[in-house]
Design a protein around this ligand. Sequence first.
Ligand SMILES: [Ca+2]
Ligand SMILES: [Ca+2]
Ligand SMILES: [Ca+2]
Length: 491
Amino acid sequence: MKPVTPQTEPSPSTQLRKAVFGGSQMTDHELPLKAVALRRAGARFTMTIAAGAAALAFFQTPVRAADGKPRVIATTDGEVDDHSSMIRFLLYTCDFDVVGIVEVNSKFQKNGHSKEPWLEDQLAAYEQVLPNLRKHNPDYPSADYLRSVCRVGNENIKDLWVAPPDMETKKTPGEQLIIDTLLDNDPRPVHVLSWGGANTTASALWKLKAAYPKEKFEYAASRIRNYCIWYQDGGGGWIQTNIPQAHINEAYRWDNVWDYESISDNPRKEKGCANPPEIQTYMNYQWVSNNMTRGHGPLGALCPQKYVSEGDTPSFLHLVNNGLKAHEDYTLGGWGGRSAYDDPAFPNHITDKTLKDDGDRNKMYWRWIPAAQNDFAARLDWCVKEFKDANHAPVAKLTGNLNRDVKAGEMVKLEATATDPDGNKLTCKWWPYADVDSATTTVTIAKSDSLAKASFVVPNEPGKQVHIILEVTDHGTPSLVGYQRVIGNIK
Ligand SMILES: [Ca+2]
Ligand SMILES: [Ca+2]
Ligand SMILES: [Ca+2]
């Protein structure tokens, strides 16, 4: 078992993933890396804010707290929309700890794309904009660190629908990275994102089961949070059936919302766009041109598509440090959609297949898309602008416990504080997330636009929960949102 490698100090000699400029994709290379220590400690940015007319608190505040970041391994089949998602992923690497980026295949990209240097090109562009990104958030990792955790997994077309242990490809560096990570002693869960097939992940779990002591396997399997953008090979279904300890999310509702059908006048329009015009405004040609490809530096300029088409992006939107903390439990809902348990036979399998928000199967995404897109636009600004010329999200902080016991019939006061790194005027809104909570009554929130004086009466439904979201929106450009979530357990 490999020792844990601290995220902030890449080992001086790290197994690099492949012969980018020749040689076999399966070859491991020991290449020296510059030991680049990240400037995490002591570099936190603080600023005095001058809040606007609303009765919001004044504080010295950091740019989004970085404690308890989620750990993530992205696995990608290198499809063109994965390239677009990777640009966004790289601009959020200050929000989560990237443990690995693994290139795999899928039923759509049967041979994978690791032999093409698309990821290398993006990391080179990321390296160019990194000094400017760090002016906005010092937590961005070095490009060399990210290179050091890139691997190739199973891209063998013959293994797409073959279950372990019968795969032709018996061992890959990508699979080994997943095994080592799940066995390490970092207490956090490991979010494994399947932007393509899950065969490499399935093979890792099978080896953990077959070759390690039972307690090590149980420990490793219990830590994975596998967010699957569909099951794009036999791996997802195999994990669901054979490794019931593994948490797996089978996501569907991003289809016709976040992918090629995100806008109505696209080349594949016969499949149908679900998004209403006000959502398409955040995903169309003008949006990409204005916010990404023109005037935002070399990383945004690499976007290979003319409009926002990122079928795999929802898999990491729960990990964004926006205050919703949906990464702690995907069923809570957030920017990455929401899912629910659907079958007692698979106790850790969740899916969005039958869910609706406000009676619509796509609204679980729509309600968040303007905020998520504005947030991404700000990150693209960070590539080229000085701190004072860009926007940074407000930080909301609930007063009292996020998860609390409440009594049926009781009037519960909702109170929070909010700060903005830019001193922007802030407005707030409390709203009941009735779709996600178990109470059948949708609560009415009095003074829902007041940060400190909102309240609601607890429904007479002992044993159920109410979920309430606080949105604090700044008046910067683009307008950004910070959240909190209150969960009331009705007694
Ligand atoms: Ca993909
Ligand atoms: Ca701001
Ligand atoms: Ca409800």
